[in-house]
Ligand binder design. Structure first.
Ligand code: SF4
Length: 265
């Protein structure tokens, strides 16, 4: 049996074993309604009765593509899966097709991790493979990697369990996540934020003002105050790290800028 076939059989058996309670994978609640038939919905719709019903597992692609407000989801493991749907699928192949759209590679990684066969790639190994405009992430400091991981990978912004480390001697120091979906390697969203953080690191060395703030820190503070003053504080898109009001960028600032502003705390 191929790796993928083994994984989908193990996953279906895991769902069936849970009987009426079902299983939660990311934000999806899965139940076996009868042997070989599965029902999937958003976990927060567990008790909902008026959901839009679909029977084609490929509808999961559309469901996972955009948020409730219609924004593209670059990271399928972000906790922003839209609600209001139920998928009923027949057989383990259709179950695995649906899950692959909702959480790409999630089921195979879940299976390999349970069998202690999931291969991990550290940040430094991943960075060594980057080229072009991403090559600069190779020079991100260990501290920068740690702060980027806390800003980008904790459960508040990604439901995967972060398994990789900075390198083989330097573990990540963060809440690695409670969920079922393992993350074996830094993803493209992480690398993109790491690139931005590397730019911040370079800027810090050369451009600090009299009170120790860098130009981008001042830009972020100004954008935050100006937007808050309108009464409508909204984040920009998930992977737009070049813009000040990005949630992960703000999480990074909480780790690195707030201690500068309030050193006594
Ligand atoms: S690298 Fe971080 S943000 Fe990306 S999938 Fe893994 S845990 Fe999530």
């Amino acid at each position: 049996m191929s790796e993928a076939a083994e994984a989908r059989e193990a996953f279906a058996a895991w769902v069936e074993e849970a009987e009426e309670a079902g299983r939660v994978f990311g934000q999806v609640l899965l139940k076996a309604t009868e042997p070989g038939r599965y029902a999937l919905r958003h976990v927060e719709d567990a008790g909902a009765s008026r959901l839009r019903l679909h029977e084609d597992p490929r509808r999961a692609r559309e469901i996972s593509k955009t948020t409730e407000t219609g924004e593209y989801r670059p990271l399928k493991s972000s906790p922003n899966l839209r609600r209001g749907w139920e998928l009923r699928v027949d057989g383990v192949v259709d179950l695995s097709i649906a899950m692959n759209y909702l959480y790409p590679a999630g089921v195979v990684h879940w299976h390999l991790y349970r069998e202690s066969r999931l291969e991990l790639t550290s940040y430094r190994e991943n960075a060594a493979r980057q080229s072009g405009i991403y090559k600069r992430v190779q020079r991100l400091s260990d501290e920068g990697v740690q702060d980027t991981a806390r800003a980008c990978c904790e459960d508040a912004v990604c439901l995967k369990k972060t398994l990789w480390d900075v390198d083989e001697d330097t573990p990540l120091e963060m809440e690695r996540g409670e969920g079922e979906i393992p993350c074996p390697e830094p993803c493209s969203v992480f690398v993109s934020l790491a690139r931005r953080v590397r730019l911040f690191e370079r800027e810090k060395k050369r451009d600090l003002d009299a009170i120790g703030l860098s130009p981008s820190e001042k830009d972020d503070l100004a954008a935050l105050v100006e937007t808050a003053a309108t009464g409508h504080l909204e984040f920009v898109r998930e992977a737009e790290f070049e813009k000040p009001l990005n949630e992960r960028r703000m999480r990074y600032r909480r780790l690195t800028l707030v201690p500068k502003l309030r050193p006594e705390a």
